[in-house]
Write a protein of this length. Structure first.
Length: 250
């Protein structure tokens, strides 16, 4: 049985996740509106929205190399504040029409904790926003969870502290054959569990269905194998009762 205290705790994260989501969409729409057109682009508050990566560069690399960001705002969780920034690209050569690119990361810095969100669109068609909404909410909640894991993070909680895993992450990135282990890292297990639960609530779909669809998608895209999927699923399923406040998996 899910305890009331656990529901209240998760509800607090729901609020800040929703606040960030709304703020990101406001900035996203404003930036698109102020960026001109593909034929006649212009900078939005000094930020280049329309981007044309070099042939050997994907959006992930482009965002990684980009220094400038769009400031979203300052938010609060666990009695501490953190900042959220956005990197945005409209690039028809990098994103298929009707689809989007999304990624992000969290920095649990002792003095300046932050979340950075990366969004790529094929054009300024707002029809894709409804598809982006639940995935963005997943990402935001995922990264908030990471801010609670760091021992030096102002948002860190004793109940959520997890051992550092930077060396293992480097090893995984260098070997695609073991990429599935990324989803088994303790920090990623908790972040994925919470992020997908937030997505399920946004979509008003059963949590079980959202988890299954996510893992099946990884298999379909060739990111993990079916045996990998089973291993990841079992790990997540076993972890959920220990976290508390979330529906169990079958």
């Amino acid at each position: 049985m899910i305890k009331l205290a656990q529901i209240i705790k998760e509800g607090a994260y729901d609020k800040v996740t929703g606040d960030i989501n709304r703020a990101v969409f406001i900035k996203l729409k404003d930036a698109i509106k102020g960026a001109g057109t593909q034929e006649k682009p212009k900078k939005y508050k000094g930020y280049e929205v329309y981007k044309d990566p070099i042939p050997t560069q994907n959006l992930q690399d482009l965002f990684q190399d980009e220094d400038r960001t769009l400031y979203i705002g300052e938010f609060e969780a666990n009695g501490a504040t953190f900042e959220v920034e956005l990197k945005l690209a409209i690039s028809p050569d990098s994103v298929e029409p009707g689809k989007f690119f999304i990624d992000g990361g969290a920095e649990d810095d002792e003095d300046f904790p932050s979340i950075e969100i990366h969004i790529g669109l094929a054009n300024n068609d707002s029809a894709v926003f409804s598809k982006l909404q639940p995935v963005l909410r997943d990402l935001v909640r995922h990264e908030i969870e990471h801010l609670t894991h760091g021992k030096s993070s102002p948002l860190g909680l004793t109940s959520k502290l997890l051992r550092g895993d930077k060396a293992m992450r480097v090893k995984i990135r260098q070997n695609p054959a073991i990429y599935y282990k990324y989803f088994l890292l303790p920090k990623e297990v908790d972040a994925n569990i919470h992020g997908l639960y937030s997505k399920a609530k946004t979509m008003k779909k059963p949590y079980q269905d959202v988890v299954d669809e996510y893992l099946d998608g990884l298999v379909d895209d060739g990111i993990i194998t079916k045996p990998n999927r089973e291993q990841i699923y079992k790990k997540w399923k076993a972890r959920i009762p220990k976290i508390g406040g979330l529906p169990p998996l079958k």
